[in-house]
Design a protein around this ligand. Structure first.
Ligand code: PLP
Length: 375
């Protein structure tokens, strides 16, 4: 049985070109990037190349890129780093109710040490209300952290407008861009983003490596003590092979962005057309326009989403019943709850996220299999 993978928001396979560039750094070029002899310098050079490629893809300077171990670490470093560096100025942070746990739980930890956090509501499509954001800003607000695109429903926030509001209020703006990098063209300068988190495994790079962009001039504290790597902001011997992989993957993603997007949109539109024609009462969750091109989140009311997933797995189909990070939890999805879905729609939800290797035939098989299972 062939495996049909429709869960690219959870993770993606490493591209062959990416792997090819990484491999020498596990063996022949194994030097520590801090060593001054030739194989050390070779590793340092590989980090520099990856930094340049990353900076080019998001429109910043390479000095503004810090490599980390994942998207979660980037979020932690951004939020705690800004909070600790600015706690004299104020202790208020604004975020939204639909952030990934990497942001929500970081905020909750900060609340335990005296920070105050406002969790903005979202509307039925998952958008934050810009007026509520403006009204929430206080004299002691030091950070606004709002995700670029949601991992469950794919809704893309009005990032430029949010950045503008933050700038006018003299508040630092961080965005969790883990789902957007590789799917949406990002330019931190044009969009007014101060800090941005990304993770390589979401755009056909390896797992266990991420990056944080921090606009130059913005002070942030390190959250991990040790050596002086990453301009003394992130201690720990660099994962050279992983970082090489991130650099190559973001370069390829940026280069192929338009083709990739139009391919995903075709698959998505086909799926939506087929499924809404067959099932009158299905609900597509999240905004239909301002949305990640490969994301579908659909509710089949009255159907058990977990059971549907398991049955799809029996046919070799991988999808998700919500966020991969919250599966295994018995709590209903905080994102679907925040957009106002009732338990029946939450329980019957299915997330499908298309990727590079999916074809229309694959999607046809997916639709036919869903029909077979739920009738
Ligand atoms: N932020 C978002 C929006 C995500 O979707 C994820 C992972 O799914 C993360 C952060 C965490 O990234 P990582 O798995 O690299 O820690």
């Amino acid at each position: 049985m062939n495996l049909l993978y429709f869960d690219h928001a959870a993770t993606t396979p490493v591209k062959q070109e990416v792997l090819n560039e990484m491999l020498p750094y596990f063996s022949n070029n194994f030097g520590n990037a801090s060593s001054i002899y030739s194989i050390g310098r070779r590793s340092k050079k590989a980090l520099d190349t990856a930094r340049t490629r990353t900076a080019k893809a998001i429109g910043c300077n390479e000095k503004e890129v810090y490599f980390t171990s994942c998207g979660s670490e980037s979020d932690n470093l951004a939020i705690k780093g800004i909070a600790f560096a600015n706690s004299e100025k104020g202790k208020h942070i604004i975020t939204s109710k639909i952030e990934h746990p990497a942001v929500l739980n970081t905020c909750r930890t900060l609340e335990k040490s005296g920070f105050e956090v406002t969790y903005l509501n979202v509307d039925e499509n998952g958008f934050v209300d810009l007026q509520e954001l403006k009204d929430s800003i206080r004299d002691d607000t030091i950070l606004i952290t709002i995700m670029f695109a949601n991992n469950e429903i794919g809704t893309i926030q009005p990032i430029k407008e949010i950045a503008e509001i933050a700038k006018n209020a003299n508040v630092i703006f961080h965005t969790d861009c883990v789902q957007a990098v590789g799917n949406v063209k990002i330019n931190v300068e044009e969009m007014g983003i101060d800090l941005l988190s990304m993770s390589a495994h979401k755009f056909y790079g390896p797992k266990g490596v991420g990056a944080l962009y921090v606009r130059s001039g913005i002070e942030f504290d390190k959250i991990q003590d040790g050596g002086h790597q990453e301009k003394d902001k992130r201690a720990g011997t660099e994962n050279v092979a992983g970082i090489v992989g991130l650099g190559k993957a973001i370069e390829l993603a940026d280069y192929n962005l338009e083709n990739y997007n139009s391919k995903l949109l075709k698959l998505r539109n086909y799926f939506i057309r087929e499924i809404t024609t067959k099932y009158e009462n299905v609900k597509i969750n999240g905004d239909l326009k301002q949305r990640l091109p490969g994301n579908i989140n659909v509710s089949f009311p009255g159907i058990d989403g977990e059971e549907l997933l398991l049955k799809l797995d029996g046919y070799g189909i991988c999808a998700s019943a919500g966020s991969a990070c919250s599966s295994g939890s018995s709590e209903p999805s905080h994102v679907l709850t925040a957009i106002g879905l009732d338990r029946e729609h939450i329980g019957g939800s299915l997330r499908i996220t298309f990727g590079e290797h999916n074809t229309i035939d694959d999607v046809r098989y997916l639709v036919e299999t869903i029909n077979k299972i739920i009738g």
